[in-house]
Design a protein around this ligand. Structure first.
Ligand SMILES: [Mn+2]
Length: 436
């Protein structure tokens, strides 16, 4: 296991998709360099959350902890320090190997493995981390303690970092504390080549999942059945899904977060699938809409082409220096123009009935990745996902692609997945021809 992912992504397909190693040490160095003051950074991997009885929800490592360590096991802590601009120490704490626990839940990470994955030489076991931090703070050499104090909602349960912040006030009153989340979010906006290659790998797996859907779809297929083909294809390659799949037929496609997946596909339906793979913890985020019967109806085709034009124009505008908000302005302009031509609206403001979100978000370790939206910069990865949703006509169409901003423009990471109307119909026909 290198950073938690099977090294060989074995799959039923012959072509292999390589997992590029990420330089976690470089992430740490850049984080420490970006801190406003000298001090300690303490980050937690988090722990599984109880679901019911003795079952937990699947564990997901804290993304900021992962980003600076590559470690992805529960109950790990990392303490980084910067003093006078230099980096005197970095220490990771992991759970001690417990043979009894291993009998039930499998092999635990060893100190050597943690060293190898993270590049942190000094790896100790967790019972000792509070004592270590206490010794450092007692020396009075660390002006600021940085914790990841991100909170999304007032009522959200306190994270380990927030609980530790209270402990710190109790044990070391007067110790200055700061939130490191904005610094990490700023850093995570810009992706390295290895990070971008992981998104590209996720997209390649996503394409295979879509192919499985297109091979099997026919009028009468159930939404959950198509999702089974998608998910099964990913799982058979040792790859996880990035988020709950949306497989929405007909009017269901007008519900933005439709995850009920219960209805049969009608013969004249356009089917919207927003589903994607995660690869080495990096997400893709792809949507395609296709006709259940093989050919879009005239009405669906006209709407599809409007959405496609918006996706093309917004993508063409991507280059460093362009304000992120400009992409949505372009999208709205193109969609309004098309909908006027089709007689669905007279005034641009009426577009809100059919299109009502922002066309683009960042993509990375999180599906809606962190960081402020300002001007585009090389190394950003974002989605372009225009759509039109006509509840009264029982049709929703969205086309979503994943794009890296380059020095001069856009690198469409999902360019191998057809997205224009004819390309979509041809791809569907080619997949159906392989149905057994
Ligand atoms: Mn998206």
């Amino acid at each position: 296991m290198a950073d938690g992912i099977p090294e060989a992504q074995r799959s039923e397909h012959s072509e292999s998709i390589t997992l590029e190693p990420i330089d976690w040490a470089d992430n740490r160095q850049r984080l420490l360099a970006a801190l406003p003051h000298d001090g300690l950074v303490i980050l937690f991997s988090g722990a599984p959350i109880a679901k019911s009885a003795d079952e937990d929800y699947p564990y997901a490592p804290n993304r900021n902890f992962l980003y600076v360590t590559g470690l992805d096991r529960p109950n790990q802590v990392v303490v980084l320090s910067r003093c006078g601009g230099a980096v005197p120490s970095e220490v990771a704490f992991i759970e001690p190997v417990d043979p009894h626990a291993e009998t039930w839940t499998g092999k635990m990470m060893t100190v050597d493995e943690a060293r190898r994955v993270s590049g942190i030489e000094d790896v100790r076991t967790t019972p000792h981390w509070r004592g270590y931090v206490n010794r450092l703070l007692s020396s009075g050499r660390w002006p600021t303690v940085y914790l990841d104090l991100e909170r999304r909602a007032w009522g959200e349960p306190a994270s380990e970092a927030v609980r530790f912040a209270h402990e710190l006030v109790d044990k070391h009153p007067g110790q200055a504390m700061a939130n490191v989340y904005p610094v990490l979010a700023e850093q995570r906006r810009i992706k390295s080549a290895a990070e971008i290659s992981r998104v590209r790998g996720a997209v390649a797996h996503t394409r295979r999942g879509f192919e499985a859907i297109l091979r099997h779809v026919q009028p009468g297929s159930f939404e959950y059945e198509l999702n089974g083909h998608f998910t099964g294809t990913l799982l058979r390659s040792g790859v996880n899904i990035a988020y709950n799949s949306i497989v929405a037929t007909g009017v269901n496609a007008t519900v933005m977060h439709y995850v009920t997946l219960r209805d049969p596909v009608g013969a004249g339906d356009a089917v919207l699938v927003d589903a994607a793979a995660e690869f080495g913890y990096y997400k893709s985020d792809i949507t395609r809409t296709f006709p259940a019967s093989g050919r879009f109806t005239a009405e669906q085709a006209a709407l599809y082409d409007v959405v496609w034009e918006a996706s093309q124009e917004a993508t063409a505008a991507i280059k460093p220096g362009v304000p992120h908000a400009e992409l949505n302005r372009i999208t709205r302009r193109v969609l309004a123009r098309g909908m006027k031509a089709l007689g669905h609206l007279r005034d641009d403001a009426e577009l809100d009935q059919y299109y009502f979100y922002n066309v683009s978000h960042y993509l990375g370790l999180d599906t809606h990745d962190v960081g402020e939206y300002r001007e585009l910069e090389p190394g950003m990865v974002l989605t372009i996902e225009p759509g039109l949703y006509l509840k009264h006509r029982a049709v929703g169409i969205r086309i979503e692609d994943d794009i890296a901003v380059t020095a001069s423009g856009a690198d469409v990471l999902s360019a191998d997945i057809p997205n224009d109307r004819r390309g979509m119909e041809d791809w569907l026909a080619a997949c159906q021809a392989t149905r057994r």
